[in-house]
Design a protein around this ligand. Structure first.
Ligand code: SAM
Length: 287
């Protein structure tokens, strides 16, 4: 079978199965073989690997993954794509498991247990842009054994993941990535490499998991609740952001005391704090 990474072959499959692309599922399929090769190369997929692909679409990148990996699991929400994958594009491969589910609902830990004996997996995907952040946060927060995540995302989101304190792109996502993984933008990808063309710029980013988080914090969930509250009201000072946050039960006085102990001014905003400083703040507020 001809590989799918071209406009002609993709159109042929879509027509054969009377498949209409769904905007609500973020269906922008890759049609550039060169970019597909580069993504799989950047992910460093080899014959020992178990790879999870989120949103295989018609199986374009999945074919590349099946050629290189020991085992591939592809989770696709759109039921109409399943016959295309099973009967056509992935039919020649025996190392693929196709799961028709929402990636935010599927038990990824159970997949890793079953398919890779709970050893770290590689995630490779051209993500649906409408749920990029929830997918990344779910992967991190559910503590799935991960080697790396190599994903196509909106260029702006890739920049947010790499941003440091004090920049306009810095936020809860940057801090989560910084805590769990080392980010590296691999390349930007023009809209013409997709069908249909997205109306935003895209980039491939690789997040390589740390064996253990870069900093020690006794209550990780609490630290991220504080981080989220600090960025919810970006234009407010940290003191006002945290004091107003529902569920945190933090008083203005306690935040002021913690900031003083940390040698930070009372007017500081959340966007100026590093991950280490958020960890210290959490410790001081709840010690
Ligand atoms: N991998 C294909 C490619 O590169 O051509 C398709 C990528 S397309 C950007 C995103 C894919 O994710 C679509 O196939 C879409 O149906 C699927 N998708 C969207 N939401 C999903 C979800 N919640 N869970 C699993 N798959 C999802």
């Amino acid at each position: 079978m001809a590989t799918l990474g071209s406009p002609t072959n993709t159109i042929a499959i879509l027509q054969k199965y009377h498949f209409y692309l769904q905007k609500k599922y973020g269906q922008n399929f890759l049609i550039d073989a060169n970019i597909l090769e580069k993504i799989v190369d950047a992910a460093g997929v080899n014959a020992d690997d178990c790879v999870l692909e989120i949103g295989p679409g018609i199986g374009t990148m999945t074919q590349y993954l099946c050629e290189r990996a020991r085992e591939v699991v592809a989770v696709e929400i759109d039921q109409k794509l399943i016959p295309i994958l099973e009967q056509e594009t992935l039919a020649p491969y025996h190392n693929i498991t196709i799961i028709n589910e929402d990636i935010l609902k599927v038990d990824i830990n159970a997949i890793v247990q079953e398919k890779n004996n709970n050893k770290p997996i590689k995630i490779v995907a051209n993500l649906p842009y409408y749920i990029t952040t929830p997918i990344i946060m779910t992967l991190f927060e559910s503590h799935v054994p991960l080697d790396s995540i190599t994903i196509m995302v909106q260029k702006e989101v890739a920049e947010r993941m790499q941003a440091g304190p004090g920049t306009k792109d810095y936020g809860a996502l940057s801090l989560a990535v910084c805590y769990y993984a080392k980010p590296e933008i691999i390349m930007t990808v023009p809209a013409g490499c997709f069908m249909p063309r997205p109306n935003v710029d895209s980039a491939v980013i690789k997040l390589t998991s740390y064996n253990k988080p870069q900093i020690t914090v006794s209550n990780e969930k609490l630290m991220f609740d504080i981080i989220h509250a600090s960025f919810n009201q970006r234009r407010k000072t940290l003191v006002n952001g945290l004091r107003n946050a529902a569920g945190l039960n933090i008083t203005r006085e306690s935040v002021l005391a913690a900031l003083k102990e940390m040698g930070l001014p009372p007017t500081i905003r959340g966007e100026a704090l590093t991950l280490e400083q958020f960890a210290t703040l959490t410790q001081l507020l709840y010690s």
